[in-house]
Design a binder for this molecule. Sequence first.
Ligand code: FES
Length: 112
Amino acid sequence: MTTHTVEFVTTGETIEVKETETILKRCLEEGIAQEYSCRVGMCLACSAEIVEGEVTQPAARGLTEREAERFALTCMARPLSDLKLDRGKYPPSIEGDAAAGGAESAGAAADD
Ligand code: FES
């Protein structure tokens, strides 16, 4: 069974992920604070930009085909090579939701 190294570039955290398991699953096992919500490839909360490497994520329904070339939904993505990911980077299709209080600002409390 092939295992790949997944490095998160902003934190330097590194995990080993088998080709048969998702990146999010291994993050949770290793105590890495990867954001997530639906865990079924729809909400985009678990998105990360692919800096280097390749994933398979046929069930990442929340991404357009073009977005899936540049972003990984870690709840669905399995590594096909060693990877470098930038966690917390979201595809353009989420921008409208984030501006209105979507996943990117989910932890922000209202003033007052
Ligand atoms: S947790 Fe919702 S798309 Fe991954």
